[in-house]
Design a protein around this ligand. Structure first.
Ligand code: 5RP
Length: 232
């Protein structure tokens, strides 16, 4: 079974948690897009749902496939968000933002009663950090913000390699008009401390550590999809 089939399997299992009439946050990335495709099939059969997309990319796919959308201002409180992740540990801490949508993803997940994360088994890790942590930053004061992130790493005794994300020959820009610095730490032994310190840097708009947000993770392997629950 290839990665795409596992993503579809996780997405299908997540769909079972979606009830008719729900206000649904809809994530970004290739796994979330498999979820959108399956959801669209149900909508075409008459299933009622209202979605709030976490990116322009997801919004375009939903419109193309006929999934009804509202803005977060129209539906400020959501029942459930389904989204992918770049890394998931066994306490359901996440790294997100590989697709550059972490700010809207975090706002939408925080506005939801529950978040379910869907992924193939390659995303499940003992410790976060092999995937570079996406940090969304304001373009103003980029060099100062970069230095501040390096100081945070040094305070927490972490090695870090920072790269300004590039796309199509230029700086990658998020839907909110910000840049992304991908911070490769290698390992993040204390995600809570790192999150706290990054949040204290004024030029950091948001970072890709999603802590205490996911209630369930549906992880698909070649054999089956298993569900991990948060201990909270
Ligand atoms: C986008 C994200 C995605 O959920 C994450 O990058 C996983 O993507 P994929 O399902 O394509 O592996 O956080 O900002």
């Amino acid at each position: 079974m290839d990665a795409r089939e596992m993503k579809i399997k996780a997405a299908r299992a997540a769909l079972a948690h979606v009830e008719s009439g729900m206000r649904l946050g809809i994530g970004t990335g290739s796994t979330a897009e498999e979820f959108v495709r399956l959801l669209a099939e149900k909508v075409a059969d008459g299933f009622k749902v209202e979605g709030v997309p976490t990116s322009e990319r997801t919004a375009r796919l939903c419109v193309e496939l006929g999934v009804p959308l509202k803005s977060l201002d129209e539906l400020p409180e959501l029942d459930l968000t389904i989204d992918g992740a770049d890394e998931i540990d066994y306490d359901l801490r996440l790294i997100k933002g590989g697709g550059g949508a972490l700010l809207r993803e975090k706002i939408v997940a925080a506005a939801s009663k529950r978040m379910i994360v869907i992924a193939d088994e390659s995303k499940l890790v003992r410790m976060l950090g092999a995937f570079g942590l996406p940090i969304e930053v304001n373009p103003f004061g980029l060099v100062s913000t970069r230095i501040a992130i390096e100081k945070v790493a040094s305070k927490l005794r972490l090695e870090v390699d920072l790269r300004l994300r590039q796309s199509g020959g230029g700086d990658f820009t998020t839907d909110g008009g910000h840049y992304i610095i991908d911070a490769s730490f290698g390992r993040i032994p204390d995600a809570e401390a790192l999150s706290y310190e990054l949040n204290s840097i004024p030029g950091v708009v948001e970072h890709g550590l999603f802590l205490n947000m996911a209630a369930l993770a549906i992880i698909a392997g070649p054999e089956d999809a298993r569900t991990l629950r948060a201990n909270r």
